[in-house]
Design a protein around this ligand. Structure first.
Ligand code: SAM
Length: 333
């Protein structure tokens, strides 16, 4: 039995953050000045176990969730992630995806595919090694991420590529990334730099609007729009007129899509968030660890979703920008 929120939005997708740690320090997400040596990440005992994650996911699948996405932090830092993948992939008719920075993908793609993973989204902000190293801020070479993408492809995983575009940093890389993946079947999605969290020093001037990204792409490769696959699809899609495949743009700043948002997020320490821009979550770990049965867990989750009324991106103002929002590395991108 499905559940809808106060604005009539059904619950369809679950993003599961398995860790708040990352081996990159992307300047727009986990700036080094904040996430330095002294930063206190979640202690191990606070993380949901794989059994607990599976329980929450199972209840959510029974409530109509069809898409599960593992994320973080960097999900491939969580030990034996393939064990969780195996458990989640056997929950029934689910589409199981992973968002990763790709650093460990060359080593893990085959195991993950064998465990039942369907798809990966790899974050790759530039093909220019110097720009890429400056953006991840740990001097990680782009070639290793490209090797990860190749390994995922060879393992039979469907691959998407995420590019966050920040003005003055990698807006010069848009065409090169598009060109690299044209004709490969890997869809590139260009994402507007968002005011998530409270530490990345976001300014509207740093956002390259999706319309500008599309104009840049179309100047080189003629494009035509593609109809959305389903309600709640985050990317606006375009296809290359010459048959080179598709690209997407995610315009959460300039064209918010809260009205179609069907996503719930589970943080690594077991809080459910109904919005990426939330200030606080609902503690489902407390419910799990209180000895509640699945019926009680189901009731708790239904209450959370049916009481939901958030639509942050549509209401974004100077005031909402000042809110102490949770970090994306914690809530799960
Ligand atoms: N570590 C994984 C990765 O790099 O893909 C998963 C977590 S990461 C938080 C998920 C996605 O969020 C990445 O594609 C990242 O580029 C994107 N992201 C992080 N901060 C962002 C921001 N301020 N605006 C837009 N996208 C952002």
């Amino acid at each position: 039995m499905g559940v809808v929120d106060t604005l009539g939005r059904p619950l369809r997708d679950l993003r599961i953050s398995v860790t708040d740690r990352c081996n990159f320090r992307c300047v727009y997400c986990m700036p080094k000045e904040v996430f330095g040596r002294d930063y206190e990440f979640l202690p191990r005992a606070e993380l949901l176990t794989f059994e607990e994650i599976e329980r929450v996911a199972r209840v959510l699948v029974s409530l109509g969730v069809h898409k599960l996405r593992l994320t973080g932090g960097e999900p491939l830092l969580r030990r034996e992630l393939e064990v969780l993948v195996e458990r989640l992939s056997s929950l029934g008719d689910v589409d199981l995806a992973l968002t990763t920075n790709g650093a460990a993908l060359a080593a893990k793609a085959q195991t993950l595919a064998e465990a039942g993973l369907d798809r990966v989204t790899v974050s790759l902000d530039s093909l220019d090694d110097e720009v890429f190293r400056a953006m991840n801020d740990v001097d990680f070479p782009v070639a290793r991420v490209l090797a990860g993408i190749d390994a995922a492809d060879a393992a039979g995983l469907s691959v998407k590529v995420n590019v966050v575009v920040k003005r003055g940093l990698n807006d010069g890389s848009i065409l090169e990334v598009a060109e690299r993946f044209r004709g490969t079947g890997h869809v590139v999605r260009f994402i507007e730099y968002m005011d998530v969290g409270a530490t990345n020093g976001w300014r509207l001037d740093d956002v390259v609007p999706a319309a500008e990204i599309v104009r840049t792409l179309a100047s080189e490769f003629p494009l035509e729009p593609v109809e959305a696959h389903y309600r709640g699809e985050v990317a606006e899609r375009y296809r290359y007129r010459d048959g080179g495949g598709e690209i997407g743009v995610i315009a959460s700043v300039t064209q918010p899509f809260c009205g179609d948002c069907t996503r719930l997020r589970l943080s690594a320490d077991g809080k459910l968030f109904t919005c990426l821009f939330a200030v606080r979550g609902h503690d489902v770990r407390a419910v799990l660890r209180s000895g509640a049965d699945d019926g009680e867990l189901d009731d708790a989750i239904r209450r959370i979703w049916s009481g939901r009324s958030d639509r942050y991106s549509e209401l974004r103002t100077a005031g909402t920008r000042e809110l102490r929002k949770v970090e994306m590395s914690y809530i799960g991108g």
